[in-house]
Design a protein around this ligand. Structure first.
Ligand code: ATP
Ligand code: MG
Length: 363
């Protein structure tokens, strides 16, 4: 079955890393015998807003909904904002519209990429942070713009946890942990919360326990978010999958990303009931745009997450095989010191990294 993907390249380096991703995904699909993906390119972003006065072309959101998945490069430019000063962010509307509750952020150490921890075990960091992305503490502020201004002496934000979303999130977490175990990882799942202080977080943990009772094959643990921050610096190699609230996940995923190098390696998937959005975790990086300096690997690894998703959604294992080819090529490229992105002080720009990855896929 032919997969259809809505493609938003967006702004700045988003365009370059999207092009690199399409090239690699297409080659990997060929090699795995998977049908080529059909792309529906949709124009959106700050640049589009500046020239057309809208942040996404008319009908663009509907076309995203009609595709099997959405791929996004990066959106936003510091020079282009709404009149009230807020950023151009059609992708946040997509997250809301399609209920993309499961934010998946893999964190993996690669040989020859920057390593912040001296302990040799840091070379084995390979984990995933699963961040709820539609409610939590972001709900009132970012999602529904309902921060409560009492008066000039007090402002309130609300941490909202619903049973329906939390059940789906935890089910997703258990499935992910199981999938990782099948791929040779520990598959241990940690619920990260602050259940000792917040009733909302105790509720989050209670639902985790309910779902755990249906999935007794998965090894589980708990950690309070403050302790988790400490442990991610002290012994990150002990963790496999962590599931947590929106704001906690936002902070922990930046912390974890910092442990294993730069933004150019941070892949991201946002999954909902009917579709998934795949994008590198970095922004449009206007400071290096148009200079062939961006590391395309975060986008390319997000492309691999997308292929894995298409495998499941369309029950076509050839897409999963293509994802494994890409991940394997990146692993090998670093192990053999053939991938040396400028971001890490290396000599390879966007095109050189892409070409080397093509060579790795061919051999
Ligand atoms: P956003 O608000 O969209 O998250 P941001 O302000 O956090 O954006 P980014 O665009 O992510 O900023 O860039 C942060 C820094 O990381 C910049 O110095 C940028 O050059 C660098 N950077 C981001 N992505 C990459 C990449 N793929 N390769 C190399 N450097 C990158
Ligand atoms: Mg940022």
């Amino acid at each position: 079955m032919k997969a259809k993907v809505a493609l938003i390249k967006g702004d700045g380096i988003g365009v370059d890393v999207s092009d690199a991703t399409m090239t690699i995904v297409s080659t990997a699909c060929d090699k795995a015998g998977a049908t080529k993906i059909e792309y529906d390119e949709i124009f959106a972003g700050a640049g589009h807003y500046a020239t057309h006065g809208v942040d996404i072309e008319p009908g663009g959101e509907e076309r995203c909904g009609a595709a099997d998945a959405i791929f996004l490069g990066a959106i936003g430019l510091p020079s282009v904002r709404h009149d009230d000063g807020t950023e151009i962010s059609p992708h946040l509307r997509l997250r809301d519209r399609f209920g993309l509750y499961a934010g998946v952020r893999p964190v993996k150490a690669y040989p020859n990429a920057p390593q912040r921890l001296a302990d040799p075990r840091a070379a084995g960091i390979d984990m995933v942070i699963l961040r709820e992305s539609t409610e939590g503490l972001f709900y009132s502020a970012a999602v529904h713009k309902r921060s409560q201004i009492i008066d000039d002496a007090e402002v309130r934000d609300t941490l909202r946890i619903t049973r329906s979303t939390t059940e789906k999130l935890h089910r997703f977490a258990f499935q992910l942990a199981r999938k990782r175990r099948e791929r040779g990882k520990s598959g241990r799942l940690t619920c990260v919360d602050k259940a000792n202080v917040f009733t909302s977080m105790a509720f989050f943990r209670k639902i985790f326990d309910e779902i755990a009772a249906e999935n007794t094959d998965v090894e589980t643990g708990y950690n309070y978010v403050d302790a988790q921050a400490l442990d991610l610096v002290r012994r990150p190699w002990d963790f496999d999958v962590m599931v947590t609230e929106n704001m906690f996940g936002d902070i922990l995923s930046d912390l974890a990303g910092g442990l294993v190098g730069g933004m150019g390696m941070a892949a991201c998937a946002e999954i909902g009931d009917s579709t998934g959005l795949f994008q590198p975790a970095h922004g449009s990086a206007p400071d290096i745009m148009g200079q062939d300096k961006a590391n395309p690997l975060a986008a390319i690894l997000s492309g691999a997450l997308m292929l894995d998703y298409l495998d499941e959604k369309l029950t076509d294992p050839r897409y999963g095989a293509a994802a494994a080819l890409i991940e394997g090529a990146v692993d090998r490229g670093f192990a053999e010191n053939r991938l040396r992105p400028m971001e890490f002080g290396g000599d390879m720009g966007t095109r050189a990294v892409t070409d080397e990855l093509l060579a790795l896929l061919a051999s």
